[in-house]
Design a protein around this ligand. Structure first.
Ligand code: 4AD
Ligand code: MG
Length: 461
């Protein structure tokens, strides 16, 4: 079978030839002696028209086909210079591999995103989700290519772990204990020494701590895998299971980290504009008007930079606009992030040097002893898409910070070893993969850029 992509990409070779194509019926119109079927085979963002006539022995069966049926067509590909499509197939044979039914949920009309979420097993057959999930796949490939071209080593960090990298306590527990008969210690707490791993474990919230150990061996590494957060926030940009890319670079500081992040984002934008032009122009027309022009601009101009302290000064002057009023020391909410990137800078912007109290234990303390060498990248339409930092590489300072936060040193022996044996300045960041897909497609809900979303009260399929 030839694919619809091949037919479009190598038109000249196929026109006039007899070809065989498999696809799913998008629409069908028939009259007494002939009919038209439009099929899509998922390989390309265009459909293919089939003309058939009562010369076919199974003409009656074909005319009864429903949307969604799987068929294999054999016939001549003929040019149609007058029509919207460049060619069509004049069928000599149509084999029905799998019929569909009039109850098929995806009829030729506009369905709401909410409805399509209830049929996440069928929605990849629609134009919107064909575009989203092909672009998602290409972005993943582009990210690997970006890092591999630069000799970064791809490290597979574990999904089950005993630590809470971000210290936010938003973890899904992993256990084989019988919930009806949980073993207890003398003081009444759960006795995890009797659990599968002999200790308390959870699904990872970040591969960073493991990633750092490999950066201290390979210099430049990246991870790309699923992460899990039991955040009880039902928003359009939080999922309980999401994918994260976490590069970690040694002999590098926060500036190097931001340069890497900016180059990566620009690389990925250029990659999808070049490799998915049909999908991107679909988003540009139907999902987010002006998307392509904006992305092109982002790919060719410098990102903004502002310190947290400067950002707070700007935001305080605009506190009237916010539900949640800001002052120095508070964490930025989505409304503030979006205000900065959409109203003030009107482009992606790095916010740096946050107060240590609102950031994780591993971030490098600045000389002011109040802020840490952190950076968040904010983008219009979404807010935070990347969170990163230079890491504390000084053993004493790291231990002091852990003690302040009540973290047990013995739980982080491996991490402290890195500061004992050949410690060097190093930095890294985490890119939320779904937020990146949202940014590049203009889709506005995280549930619509991951095939089977997991959010509060939702774990279907
Ligand atoms: O800012 P975060 O929490 O940073 C880290 O986890 C660091 N360990 C990364 C590092 O320095 N190696 O998360 C990083 C990014 C966020 O900027 C956001 O894009 C995404 O991960 N993210 C989520 N995406 C979807 N759903 C959620 N619940 C997310 N939580 C974070
Ligand atoms: Mg963050």
């Amino acid at each position: 079978l030839v694919t619809i992509r091949e037919l479009y990409k190598e038109k000249d070779k196929f026109i006039g030839q007899t070809v065989e194509v498999g696809g799913w019926v998008r629409s069908i119109r028939d009259s007494k002696t002939f009919g038209f079927i439009v099929v899509n085979d998922g390989t390309f963002f265009e459909t293919l028209q089939i003309v058939y006539s009562d010369k076919l022995s199974n003409f009656a069966d074909i005319s009864k086909l429903n949307v969604g049926a799987a068929i294999v067509i054999k016939g001549q590909l003929v040019a149609t210079p007058q029509a919207k499509q460049p060619f069509e197939i004049q069928a000599e044979e149509i084999e029905i591999e799998g019929a569909s039914s009039p109850e098929y949920p995806l009829q030729k009309k506009r369905h709401s995103m909410e409805y399509l979420r209830t049929i996440s097993h069928l929605r990849p057959r629609t134009n919107t989700f064909q575009a989203v999930f092909r672009v998602r796949s290409l972005i993943a490939y582009a990210i690997h290519q970006f890092f591999q071209e630069r000799d970064f080593v791809y490290v597979h960090t574990p999904l089950i772990t005993g630590s809470d990298c971000e210290g936010a306590g938003e973890m899904f527990r992993v256990t084989t204990l019988d919930m009806n008969e949980v073993p207890k210690t003398e003081d009444g707490s759960v006795d995890y020494s009797q659990d599968f791993f002999g200790k308390e474990t959870n699904l990872t919230v970040s591969g960073q701590l493991n990633g750092e150990t490999y950066a201290m061996a390979f210099r430049n590494i990246y991870t790309f895998g699923p992460t899990f957060r039991a955040e009880n926030s039902n928003t359009t940009r939080h999922a309980a299971e999401f994918w994260m890319i976490e590069p970690e670079i040694a002999f590098a500081d926060l500036k190097d980290d931001m340069i890497l992040a900016e180059n990566m984002i620009k690389y990925v934008i250029k990659y999808v504009l070049e490799h998915a032009p049909e999908e991107m122009s679909f988003f540009n027309s139907f999902i987010d008007k002006g998307l392509i022009e904006r992305l092109q601009h982002v790919a060719s101009s410098d990102f903004g930079h502002v310190t947290y302290t400067e950002a707070i000064e700007i935001l305080e002057k605009n506190n009237d606009n916010f539900d949640y009023k800001v002052s120095w020391g508070c964490d930025l909410q989505t409304e503030h992030e979006r205000f900065l990137t959409e109203q003030v800078f009107k482009k992606p912007v790095f916010v740096t040097d946050y107060p240590k109290e609102i950031k994780a234990f591993y971030m490098k303390l600045n000389d002011d002893n109040k802020t840490v060498a952190a950076m968040d990248l904010l983008v219009p339409g979404i807010g935070e898409i990347i969170g990163g930092s230079q890491r504390e590489d000084n053993y004493e300072k790291l231990v002091a910070r852990m003690n302040e936060l009540g973290l047990k040193e013995e739980d982080y022996d491996f991490y402290l070893d890195l500061r004992k044996y050949g410690s060097t300045r190093h930095a890294g960041f985490g890119l939320g993969f779904e937020r990146c897909v949202m940014y590049l497609t203009g889709m506005t809900n995280i549930r619509d850029v991951i095939p089977f979303p997991r959010t509060v009260n939702n774990c279907e399929l």
